[in-house]
Design a protein around this ligand. Structure first.
Ligand code: SF4
Ligand code: SF4
Length: 371
């Protein structure tokens, strides 16, 4: 019987790791990425292997703080620290890094990171509703395409782009289907299980294999049946790179859906499979409900639809310390969720350390009791 635990994820990661090493030995480039805006379709169409390098481990933060301010988002410090300390095998295998100019902390960290490894930075427009933003983003994607063609020596044809778009659309569709297992009155998967099930497993080197894996997860969950019903929570906010808050929540409730990057935010949009493939990628990748965007109406729409579709009883907003974009947006999101949707809302601001675990649990316990 399938167990969606850390051993499962370790096995997937090990398999992807050895496949990536094998392909790299035969000339494939490994491309480290840091953000859901980065269009992986263009990377894989160049025969390259994307790997997400955002770190959830606190181990390398002290080293990062020798270069970066202490009062900075832990995700940025951990990602930089794992590159600096050479502790991350994924970073080690990456030939080049592709990053997006999102929040200030990440942007400035990339300047330091480029001292260690080449960074191709995409100029991400931050007012998504403007026509000029789309034009700028499309031209940035063409610049990326040209850069990858030079790096890999492979011409990125429309056919290769379509193939890649179709595979990623299938991956997104199946990840959404995994979440949808929790829409009914009795959820089929715990929050931890979903988070493991939809994890890409490091190197994205075997999409057909991943598609089979997601199908197996769906089959397994349907056969196993539901989990113990408890209050239904939507987790939103910063990426859940560290699972600390998720695990605290699971002591008291079921996290039935995640809006965060790595959750539904980054898979809700499929790329249009008609017209010009570069334009289709530009349109859909700009529709990401990230607070680096202003206005960020898509996030309110997404949270509202998740509250309805997943019968959400409480919304918990995770804010990594010193993340100004999510932190400021938490006020208006909380207002929207409480007043317009009539659903209780709790913001938790924390870092990767365990020093505030008891405080977090106390707040969650009080919140759940109130539901
Ligand atoms: S929250 Fe925004 S900046 Fe962070 S990974 Fe997601 S899209 Fe990128
Ligand atoms: S969590 Fe916030 S501060 Fe940290 S990288 Fe993402 S947007 Fe930037």
């Amino acid at each position: 019987m399938l167990e969606l635990d850390n051993n499962y994820l370790d096995t997937v990661e090990e398999k992807h790791f050895s496949l990536a090493r094998e392909k790299k030995a035969h000339g494939a480039k490994v491309v480290g990425i840091y953000c859901a805006f980065t269009p992986k379709e263009i990377i894989t169409a160049a025969g390259a292997i994307p790997v997400a390098l955002c770190s959830g481990s606190s181990d390398s933060i002290p080293s990062a703080e020798e270069h970066l301010p202490r009062n900075l988002c832990p995700l940025i410090k951990a990602s930089y620290g794992s590159a600096l300390t050479e502790r991350c095998p994924y970073f080690y295998l990456a030939d080049i890094l592709v990053a997006d100019a999102t929040c200030d902390g990440k942007k400035k960290m990339y300047e330091l990171l480029s001292r260690i490894k080449e960074v191709h930075l995409l100029s991400l427009p931050q007012m998504p509703d403007l026509r000029s933003s789309y034009d700028q983003w499309l031209s940035e994607l063409y610049r990326l395409k040209e850069y990858l063609e030079n790096e890999t020596g492979i011409l990125i044809s429309d056919d290769k782009l379509w193939e890649s778009i179709k595979q990623y659309n299938r991956v997104r569709q199946l990840k959404r289907a995994i979440f949808e297992l929790n829409r009914g009155p009795i959820p089929l998967l715990s929050g931890s299980e979903i988070s493991i099930a939809v994890d890409s497993g490091g190197f994205e080197v075997d999409l057909p294999g991943d598609i089979d894996r997601y199908l197996q997860v769906i089959d397994f969950a349907k056969k196993r049946g539901g989990i113990r019903p408890r209050p239904r929570i939507l987790l939103t906010g910063c990426p859940t790179t560290s699972k600390k808050v998720l695990h605290c929540l699971e002591e008291y409730a079921n996290v039935v859906a995640f809006e965060n990057c790595g959750g539904l935010k980054s898979i809700i949009e499929s790329v249009d499979e008609t017209g010009n493939p570069m334009e289709a990628i530009a349109r859909s990748s700009l529709r990401l409900a990230c607070p680096c965007m202003s206005p960020n109406e898509l996030r309110y729409q997404l949270v509202a639809s998740l509250i309805k579709d997943y019968t959400i009883e409480g919304v918990v907003d995770l804010t990594w310390q010193a993340c100004h974009t999510y932190n400021i947006e938490s006020y208006s999101l909380g207002d929207f969720v409480r007043r317009e949707k009539g659903v209780p809302f709790l913001q938790i601001e924390t870092d990767y350390s365990e020093s505030d675990l008891n405080w977090i649990k106390l707040r969650i316990e009080a919140f759940i009791e109130m539901l």
